[in-house]
Design a protein around this ligand. Structure first.
Ligand SMILES: Cc1cc2nc3c(=O)[nH]c(=O)nc-3n(C[C@H](O)[C@H](O)[C@H](O)COP(=O)(O)OP(=O)(O)OC[C@H]3O[C@@H](n4cnc5c(N)ncnc54)[C@H](O)[C@@H]3O)c2cc1C
Length: 565
């Protein structure tokens, strides 16, 4: 049975968490927290998860969305990290989430004669070999060498006057926010209790030992206590705040590094492949994303508002400047449909510039009953979850089974292949275009049946959403009834990616989407208007911040539209 993250399920989860002592309570509903909850519950531990805002509203919806080994780490000779990440890539792609994770080809343009081709070629040979040597099917083609003429055929808009050729290799990509909700939903389907919009405000203690948390339900304003034998903190860039709540010196030092991305329409760059190129401090990524390209990223220290990292005009110009160096037809600011900024939770200790710090994760147990995990990356969430629960198992005592998540399919994986093979029949029985069915298969996998049932019941939900026609109206309703969405922002920013995929940033879709959400969430007209108004103010604040020159000005503009509480 696949559980639904419905409004009623949220109430039931909070009820269960406040009634009984849990084995493990996870704080944070990003990819690491969701992965930890799934690991814990599938080992037979009674498990809860609290997320202060929406699932994935922190870093986990704002990444480059790659499931990758990381060529940069190879160059930093971090072989263990690359091997582990490539193994996870194969596992997700071929077994755990084949509906969500898909291959993406990259061109690596070569600019130097003689040394560069053998150097990059050797690196990619090692990259492929590590993937193939992993325990799971790696599921991707090997890299290949290309001459200039072949590059021009694959990517007509890539400048070829400055390159000597290219290499093409494969990695994988995922909708990061969707991955997190899917992991949380999988955890709930296995018996975990998960609730978003519940902020942990303090810890319960018995002497030194942490015995649970105090929290506030931001939807009702109710304060509650959740007791647990072990609390696992997976709070990403908020790790310091959590350490503060528990008192004493921080065991982990997490520094936030801002990375921004631009989204432009697919037809602005003619290329059949993603592109990866070096910049002076980092790498430039041009990643295919449905009918769009995602262009990233920057890497700068950020010590302002963590909940709403803001992109400035300077960040945007930096990316446009770099991407235009490799394109024949330069992109203009007017080509940018969407912009998003995220904060990398980097473990520090050394005084190095942020782009050099290792992304590896660390688990610590600063006081009995409390485990803190931080660092890492999206790709290795499963390993992080396993390591966090292994640390928790020490505190729990007794014999806790080993992690089984390498065999636990994420919801929607089951039935995905069959339904994909049946796409023509599904299109004709539902009267939806085959492209719609494909779009839904790539978002819901085998759970596409639930959406089609909704459309069969209420045929008007089979129509496209006004203002964001790539999505069906049914997807908005389903986001509320099955995927834990509680606010308009959740639907437009994370359950769908309308806020970055439309030139108006979802403004036109806001009211039609809110109207569809009103019934399942019990909103009256005042509440509905408030949600739309809040979303519009958020879009305006982001636009304003993107006209400013400095981080501080961008932050000041952005924080003027705070979250709904
Ligand atoms: C620009 C950029 C690009 C990236 N690209 C990639 C990539 O392509 N591939 C890759 O593998 N990785 C990538 N990463 C890294 C990856 O996105 C992160 O490592 C990962 O998402 C971090 O997940 P997390 O769960 O630790 O943090 P988060 O997603 O931030 O989750 C922490 C959660 O804790 C919650 N929380 C905090 N305090 C409380 C509290 N008091 N009570 C309740 N909840 C609380 C927060 O609201 C938040 O949702 C990228 C990161 C960035 C910034």
């Amino acid at each position: 049975m696949t559980a639904a993250l419905s409004p009623q399920a949220r109430v039931a989860a909070l009820d269960a968490m406040t009634r009984e002592e849990l084995d493990v309570l996870v704080v944070g509903g990003g990819v690491v927290g969701a992965g930890t909850a799934l690991d814990a519950v599938t080992r037979g531990l009674s498990t809860g998860l609290l997320e202060q805002r929406d699932y994935a509203s922190g870093t986990s919806s704002r990444s480059s969305k790659l499931i990758h080994g990381g060529l940069r780490y190879l160059e930093m000779l971090d072989f263990g990290l690359v091997r582990e990440a490539l193994q996870e890539r194969g596992l997700l792609l071929t077994r755990l989430a084949p509906h969500l994770v898909r291959p993406v080809p990259f061109l690596y343009p070569l600019n130097h004669r003689f040394w560069e081709r053998p150097y990059v070629g050797a690196g990619l040979t090692l990259y492929d070999a590590m993937a193939m040597a992993g325990r799971y099917d790696h599921g991707l083609p090997r890299h290949r060498h290309l001459f200039k003429r072949q590059v021009a055929r694959i990517a007509p808009d890539l400048r070829t006057d400055t390159i000597t050729g290219a290499l093409q290799y494969f990695d994988a990509q995922v909708d990061d926010a969707r991955l997190v909700v899917t992991i949380a939903r999988t955890a709930v389907s296995h018996g975990a209790h998960c609730a978003n919009r519940v902020k942990v405000t303090g810890f319960l203690r018995e002497g030194e030992r942490v015995t649970g948390v105090r929290a506030r339900d931001l939807e009702t304003g109710r304060d509650l206590e959740v007791r647990a034998r072990v609390v696992v903190n997976a709070a990403g860039v908020w790790t310091d705040e959590i350490q503060h709540l528990v008192g004493g010196r921080g065991a982990l030092n997490v520094q936030a590094s801002k990375g921004i991305h631009l989204v432009v329409p697919r037809d602005r760059i003619r290329s059949g492949s993603g592109i990866i190129a070096r910049t002076e401090t980092s790498v430039l990524l041009v990643i295919p994303w449905g009918r769009h390209w995602i262009i990233g990223t920057t890497d700068t220290t950020w010590d302002l508002d963590k909940a709403h990292p803001a992109a400035s005009r300077t960040d945007i110009d930096y990316l446009l400047g770099h991407v235009n160096q490799i394109l024949k037809e330069p992109l203009r600011p007017e080509d940018v449909e969407g912009v998003y900024a995220g904060l990398r939770p980097l473990l520090t200790g050394e005084s190095e510039p942020t782009s050099r710090i290792s992304r590896e994760h660390t688990v610590v147990t600063p006081v009995p009953g409390l485990v803190i995990i931080a660092g890492g990356k999206l790709t290795t969430y499963r390993v992080m979850g396993r390591d966090a629960v292994d640390a928790a198992a020490h505190s729990l005592g007794g014999s806790i089974p080993a992690s089984i998540t390498e065999r636990v399919l994420l919801v929607g994986a089951d039935g995905y292949e069959t339904r994909s093979n049946q796409r023509a029949a599904l299109a004709s029985s539902s009267r939806l275009h085959r492209a719609r069915i494909d779009h839904m298969l790539g978002r819901f996998g085998g759970l596409v049946d639930e959406l089609l049932a909704l459309v069969a019941e209420q045929p008007e939900l089979g129509a496209p959403l006004d203002g964001a026609e790539d999505y069906l109206r049914a997807e908005v309703v389903y986001a509320v009834t099955h995927e834990g969405a509680r606010h308009l922002d959740d639907v437009l920013t994370r359950r769908t990616r309308i806020s970055i995929e439309t030139f108006d940033r979802g403004v036109k879709a806001a009211r039609p989407a809110a109207e569809l959400m009103a019934a399942p969430l019990g909103w009256d007209d005042t509440r509905l208007d408030g949600e739309v108004d809040h979303y519009l103010r958020r879009v305006e604040a982001e636009r304003r911040s993107q006209r400013t020159l400095t981080d501080r000005e961008a932050d000041e503009a952005r924080v003027r539209a705070p979250d709904i509480v």
